[in-house]
Design a binder for this molecule. Structure first.
Ligand SMILES: *Cc1c(COP(=O)(O)O)cnc(C)c1O
Length: 471
């Protein structure tokens, strides 16, 4: 493979500035692929000791391919790093955020690896219960929980329920009295901190649906109301979640300081002790070279220092702290394998043209590009090629021009029908946001490990779809 200066030989400067011209278009970018992904002797991509060719042959495409060792290592690493860093304080717990990707097998892995599990609907709770997840290690979220969802959580003995509004306090207290349970509750507080990627904003108000506002005084009022109903509710602590795909601890620091300020206020004005904090999830992952995630160890050390210092400054007892990573555990473990169909070279005017590579899935299995303007990467998976790299756009098969999976990436210029390509870091918020748009059945999720393929979720069939149609 010859290396070129960006733009020197390919004469097609449509690549965004962050996307470097590849030294080797067949190489796996470090940090982007799950830990067991490599090129096999025949040049095909291999995960969990299984060739992409064999996966395509046995389960078809598109398919989500989950590297089991990778996901479990990430889960364990978060648990161990935070346990270690918070040991000198009052300890820490990791709850896997099930909304990023949940199925029975994943719930069992999280259970075995000592994590808790966050669920935010009756459906997610049902998966956890089906997996036999210990209810005391479950947390129930949701800004609009139904009576039925709350009853089910109370009946199951869910370990903590995160209250999201003033209204929910009375709803939960009423249902708790009815059921005879006394749930441990946390109050979700909005601190005015909103973080995305490399920036955060800190305001004194929030214009969004989640949580109970700190700045308006509602948060203190909510605590008063919970304490007034201590016959029905056990006040466990406070919760804050500031956003997603976050790379530094600055936003956590501002949010934590505001929450700890409330802890001190509760002690001084209401005479109550807050023993638990939950600082939510949101730790970022690498989708491409623009992203520079911190290790779990660095995050744990950074945040534990923030908590320790904040508590010292306010002279409050250090609470036990929970975190809820979803994307950082599920995301990088999984890649989506697609088969290439139509390839179209579209003239853009001047010397410029763009190679549109259409695959057999699309926005129904990965809506993040259309929804969040996400940037993904991709690699030729069925072979290596020494053709000159070209900027491609990977699109799906849906009737929508926004049906884009990878906006910009280099692939060998000879990519064509029948090739397999793989898109990394699709483990979080892809399957869980998947749809049946255009009556396209959802792909399967298969786990690969030690040369074995295990189906976690089978491919949907037309029969599954027609089964809903009353005719
Ligand atoms: C979405 C969410 C998470 C997980 O966020 P990630 O970005 O996947 O880590 C955790 N906690 C709450 C309350 C959430 O809404």
């Amino acid at each position: 493979m010859r290396a070129h200066e960006a733009g020197a030989l390919h004469g097609n400067d449509i690549a965004p500035t962050w996307l470097p011209y590849p030294q080797d278009v067949n190489a796996l970018l470090p940090g982007l692929w799950s830990q067991t992904t490599a090129r096999g002797a025949d040049g095909a991509l291999e995960v969990g000791g299984v060739s992409a060719l064999r996966i395509a042959e046995e389960v078809g495409t598109p398919a989500f391919v989950l590297d089991e060792d990778d996901m479990r290592t990430r889960a364990l690493r978060f648990r161990e790093a935070f346990t270690e860093a918070f040991r000198p304080l009052s300890g820490a717990d990791i709850y896997y955020a099930g909304k990023s990707f949940l199925c029975v097998a994943v719930a069992r892995w999280m259970e075995e690896d000592g994590l808790g599990l966050d669920v935010c609907t009756g459906g997610e709770l049902a998966v956890a219960l089906r997996a036999g997840f210990p209810p005391e290690r479950l947390a129930l979220h949701g800004n609009n929980k139904s009576d039925a969802e709350i009853r089910r959580a109370l009946e199951a003995g869910v370990g903590r329920i995160v209250i999201d509004s003033l209204e929910e306090i009375d709803q939960l207290a009423r249902l708790a009295r009815e059921s005879g349970a006394r749930p441990a509750v946390m109050l979700r507080i909005t601190t005015g901190v909103e973080a995305h990627t490399h920036e955060f904003i800190a305001t004194s108000h929030e214009d969004q649906k989640f949580g109970i506002s700190l700045a308006s005084g509602d948060a203190l009022e909510a605590l008063r109301r919970v304490l007034a109903q201590e016959d029905a509710l056990e006040l466990l602590g406070l919760h804050s979640h500031i956003g997603s795909q976050i790379f530094d601890t600055g936003g956590f620091e501002v949010a934590a300081r505001r929450i700890l300020g409330l802890v001190a206020q509760v002690r001084d004005e209401l005479g109550a002790t807050i023993t638990h904090l939950d600082l939510g999830g949101g730790f970022g992952v690498m989708y491409n070279t623009q992203h520079t995630p911190q290790t779990p160890e660095a995050l744990a050390t950074g945040i534990s220092t923030i908590i320790e210092k904040g508590c010292l400054d306010l002279e409050i007892e250090i609470p036990r702290v929970a975190f809820e990573p979803g994307r950082a555990i599920a995301g990088p473990s999984t890649q989506t394998l697609y088969t290439v169909g139509t390839v179209k070279d579209v003239q853009l005017g001047g010397q410029q043209h763009r190679l549109y590579v259409a695959v057999d899935g699309g926005m129904s299995d990965n809506i993040r590009t259309a929804l969040y303007d996400a940037d993904y990467s991709t690699l030729l998976a069925s072979r290596v090629s020494d053709a000159q790299p070209q900027v491609v756009r990977v699109v799906g098969k849906h009737c929508e021009s926004g049906d884009i999976i990878v906006k910009d990436e280099y692939l060998p210029g000879d990519v064509g029908r029948g090739d397999l390509i793989s898109v990394p870091v699709t483990g979080a918020y892809c399957y869980s946001l998947a749809s049946n748009y255009n009556h396209v059945p959802r792909p399967p999720v298969v786990a690969v490990k030690d040369g074995r393929i295990t189906t976690l979720l089978r491919r949907e069939t037309e029969e599954d779809l027609l089964g809903l149609d009353a005719g």
